[in-house]
Ligand binder design. Structure first.
Ligand SMILES: Cc1cc2nc3c(=O)[nH]c(=O)nc-3n(C[C@H](O)[C@H](O)[C@H](O)COP(=O)(O)OP(=O)(O)OC[C@H]3O[C@@H](n4cnc5c(N)ncnc54)[C@H](O)[C@@H]3O)c2cc1C
Ligand SMILES: *[C@@H]1O[C@H](CO)[C@@H](O)[C@H](O)[C@H]1NC(C)=O
Ligand SMILES: *[C@@H]1O[C@H](CO)[C@@H](O)[C@H](O)[C@H]1NC(C)=O
Ligand SMILES: *[C@@H]1O[C@H](CO)[C@@H](O)[C@H](O)[C@H]1NC(C)=O
Ligand SMILES: *[C@@H]1O[C@H](CO)[C@@H](O)[C@H](O)[C@H]1NC(C)=O
Ligand SMILES: *[C@@H]1O[C@H](CO)[C@@H](O)[C@H](O)[C@H]1NC(C)=O
Length: 525
């Protein structure tokens, strides 16, 4: 269906391409030129300038980290809300013609706010895809097309409506945008059974830096490889994605078992490191460690009756019993696990950001663990998590399907041999400070963890973006390949160079760029 739509759009692209090609050399940097260029192809009501009363509410609408919504934040000159891929094409062509860059925003959950702010004070317009969010499920074929502006909850909801026995392996938070999430990888409670979101992407529609509308067959295999996990903003604007849907049983089991330090949390987490990555693929047990408590959170693709013997043979130390089981459908488990037991499946459709989200800023970063951390180190970790202004740790166990995919099959390289991923987060009240203390805590904790986690490179997850890992350096109007290696090899290991080569093919001028976008290899200086 998306392809039928596409063919007519290609004509629009060519029409725009002509005028772009004939005028590009005579046009300088003119943001007014950008607006007048847009009027030919985008309805006026989809273009917002700072003088529009809707501009600030629209800008704020999907901001998740309010530390990037302050008076000193560098904001966009314009926001455009395309309702059709042709608008995306027009915005790219007009942007190039007038020398104005574009930042793409799907769900706005970027940890460093790079979809709507510029660190270096470079002018830009935001292409906000929140109105491009159709989900079309084909339950018969077990596939779906999902537009980038859909939130994960809308994708899961549509799957659940179409079938009680199909699911999809993506992140837990329902308001995360498909566009950024798939661009950076994407994992959640089905990671051990079905791997990453990108492992299950089978086609994509991309608007490239020339304004062309491309699919898997026309973009080239290196670019199609790159946009499945190589990070958002680098290769163009992904308008929609086709995904493979995967079987889930009619009934799944969920549990959450909290264990405090005095109940032996450090012993249990030490043991969990060996147990969790080796469990059957139908079972994931992750751990959220906060203050003095380790919460063992689980999804099992089966009934409580089937789960009990697995738990007593594999992880008797948790003393799990029938009263811990909650049986439900897979789609019910999604809001239950992330939004709590009082939530409903309809809550997956709610796109409104709670006002409380705007009151606490955060800083996050990540690690991968390849060798179990010793018991005495866990004792120190628990002590640090109990300090004033401390943050929390989320441990997602690997093994299973996520580890079965070769490191170079997708840009996401953290596969076989990884025991678990760590996410560190620390929050603070925006009313009471700028987060300096909490940010320092997380940096010190990250330094403390160095001996226990992966090294050479110290691996990190792109979707838990952290600018402390490094930023691009622009040399001669193009991001430097060499400088990008500093952060690029942490996120992508040996895949960084192939990503830079794909970037060199699709966007050699580095039109699409931000502080951590893939630099073009061909043009590296
Ligand atoms: C509360 C919360 C919970 C999370 N939980 C999980 C989780 O369970 N699992 C997990 O893997 N991750 C999780 N994440 C991380 C999340 O996957 C990333 O932050 C992701 O990049 C967000 O996508 P977005 O579209 O919402 O963000 P955006 O801020 O819109 O985009 C992120 C980046 O991608 C670019 N981009 C966005 N859309 C496009 C597009 N269509 N084409 C090209 N580039 C694009 C942006 O320019 C930006 O650079 C979570 C984040 C938050 C804030
Ligand atoms: C998008 O634009 C194309 C070309 O102008 C048009 O044929 C198509 O109907 C539009 N689609 C939607 C959903 O508006
Ligand atoms: C820098 O790159 C942008 C985007 O490709 C382009 O519009 C601009 O003209 C370039 N500037 C210079 C000075 O080359
Ligand atoms: C365009 O010009 C404006 C005003 O002169 C300037 O602030 C801005 O940085 C320029 N933008 C680009 C992309 O060079
Ligand atoms: C099951 O576990 C719960 C809490 O973990 C505990 O309160 C209860 O006594 C246990 N029941 C049995 C039969 O062991
Ligand atoms: C949607 O979520 C917001 C923020 O959490 C909440 O205030 C609102 O009541 C929710 N709306 C519905 C219809 O549930």
């Amino acid at each position: 269906m998306a392809m039928a739509r596409s063919s007519s759009l290609v004509l629009v692209a060519f029409a725009l391409l002509c005028c772009y090609a004939s005028t590009v050399s005579s046009q300088g940097n003119s943001s007014d030129g950008f607006l007048s260029c847009l009027t030919a192809s985008i309805p006026r009501q989809l273009v917002f300038t700072p003088s529009s009363p809707s501009f600030t509410p629209l800008l704020k609408s999907s901001i998740r980290n309010p530390k990037f919504f302050t008076p000193s934040t560098v904001r966009p000159l314009y926001i455009i809300t395309p309702t059709n891929a042709s608008h995306v094409q027009a915005a790219v062509l007009c942007g190039r013609r007038s020398g104005l860059r574009i930042r793409v925003r799907s769900g706005g959950h970027d940890y460093e706010g790079l979809s709507y702010r510029s660190v270096r004070a470079e002018s830009f317009a935001v292409l906000d895809l929140s109105s491009l969010r159709a989900v079309r499920v084909d339950a018969q074929a077990a596939t779906a097309w999902v537009d980038s502006g859909a939130q994960l909850g809308e994708l899961y909801y549509a799957i659940g409506k179409a079938s009680g026995v199909l699911g999809f392996p993506g992140g837990l938070c329902p308001t995360v945008g498909v566009g950024g999430h798939f661009s950076g990888g994407g994992f959640g409670m089905l990671l051990r059974k079905y791997g990453m979101a990108i492992d299950n992407v089978i086609d994509a529609v991309l608007v490239d830096a020339k304004g062309r509308l491309l699919n898997k067959n026309t973009m080239g295999s290196d670019v199609f490889w790159a946009l499945r996990g190589g990070g958002g903003e680098s290769f163009g604007v992904v308008v929609s994605w086709q995904v493979k849907l995967l079987p889930v049983p009619p009934k799944v089991t969920v549990f959450n078992v909290p264990v405090t330090a005095s109940q032996g949390a450090a012993d249990l987490v030490t043991r969990w490191q060996q147990v969790a990555p080796a469990l059957p693929e139908d079972l994931i047990i992750r751990v959220v460690v906060q203050q003095k408590t380790a919460n063992f959170q689980s999804l099992f693709l089966g009934t409580c009756d089937a789960l009990l013997p697995v738990m007593s043979s594999r992880f008797p130390e948790l003393r799990f019993n029938r009263s811990d089981c909650r049986e439900m459908t897979w789609i019910q488990s999604v809001p239950y696990i992330y939004l709590g037991s009082a939530s409903t499946v309809e809550d997956l459709l709610n796109r409104t950001t709670a006002e409380s989200v705007f009151s606490s800023g955060y800083k996050a970063t990540s690690d991968y663990v390849r060798q179990a951390i010793p018991r005495d180190a866990w004792a120190s970790i628990f002590a640090k998590l109990a300090q004033p202004n401390a943050g929390l740790m989320i441990l997602d166990p690997y093994g299973g399907q996520i580890a079965a995919v070769p490191e170079s099959a997708t840009p996401y390289p953290h596969r076989a041999g990884v025991l678990y991923n760590i996410q560190y987060m620390n929050f603070w009240s925006m009313a009471s400070g700028d987060g300096a203390v909490q940010t320092r805590w997380i940096r010190e904790f990250y330094a403390f963890m160095a001996p226990f986690v992966s090294s050479n490179p110290r691996e990190a997850y792109f979707n838990y973006r952290d600018l402390d890992l490094g930023e691009n350096v622009v040399v001669g109007n193009v991001s430097s390949y060499q400088a990008g290696m500093v952060w690029g090899q942490k996120y992508f290991k040996g895949n960084y160079q192939r990503l830079a080569m794909a970037k060199g093919q699709i966007d050699p001028d580095d039109y699409f760029r931000n502080e951590q976008s893939i630099p073009p290899f061909a043009n590296s200086r």
